[in-house]
Ligand binder design. Sequence first.
Ligand code: KG4
Ligand code: ZN
Length: 351
Amino acid sequence: AMQPLVLGIESSCDETGVGIVRGTQLLTNTVSSSMDEHVRFGGVIPEIASRAHLEAFVPTLQAALDDAGVTLDEIDALAVTAGPGLSGALMVGVSAAKALAVATGKPLYAINHLVAHVGVGMLGGTFADGLPPNLGALLVSGGHTEILRVGNIASDVELLGSTIDDAAGEAYDKTARILGLGYPGGPAIDRLAREGDPKAIRFPRGLSQPKYMGTAEEPGPHRYDWSFSGLKTAVARSVEQYEAAGLEIPVADIAASFQEAVVDIITMKAVLACQEHGISNLLLGGGVAANRRLREVAAERCAAAGITLTVPAPSLCTDNGAMVAALGAQIVLNGGLPSGIAFGPNPSLPV
Ligand code: KG4
Ligand code: ZN
């Protein structure tokens, strides 16, 4: 089949992304981030992110077209993240995409951000001939923590489990704040944890009790779900105890022990979900996929379970426009209908 030239737009959080693909071939992945503007607030401020998208969109679009060496005229289809994400931030990308669709007459496809994180697996030569027929995807970032089963990326995606409170990256960021490590906290904890003892403190593994897990035959209510808010509280309590006792806070040990708890429960449940759904290929995505310990333990446990683990390049794991374009191209190839321009951004768009 002819490979469609698709331009994808991403604006669900703090990254303004424009990616262009020809089928599964990546032509450009151009990203502008407003993270620098959020650092002093210790988290992404939606209003600031929206304004930054507005300022960054046209320059990012132009840079992407230049980088790919294509004109808007040559594009076959447009794709844009419709959700989930920050409402005002999504609004900018969706409005820009609609304006482009109207101005150029190109078909526009509304894309689910979570599914796009999986679509990225076809870029960069990994699954260039198409995704494996029953693929698991573990998405871990500041905004999400999900395990998906993907039969067909354009038509059959199932959410197997997700966090019921904080996202994994959010837990890293909140814990880093408690430990005075700055924002974003994931990379800082990743680094510091290497100097600490991961067994120093046994922090809780959320939703791991039998009443939540149940059995394979009779799954409990949260067999494949995660919870990280109790972990963050446990870290805060631990710090308070050292302070109350007038002891020096063993920051590296706490960081290592926190990370061990996160990585242990994430990989345990992800591998379990794969095993119980006949999944033998697992794709790891999201900003937390950069975590060294997560990659290590995921690799070990997947190998032990006979699951092939794939981790795309970091620039494809974090939010970007190329993943939106990649999923858009698959929907086009699958004969999917364009979305028109009547859809709105949906901050809580389900899978
Ligand atoms: O995917 P991403 O860039 O943005 C979204 O949240 O959508 O992910 C950012 C998150 C932040 O919470 C950050 O602390 C975390 O990913 N992160 C990490 C690491 N690098 C980034 N967490 C743990 N270890 C890392 N090395
Ligand atoms: Zn994301």
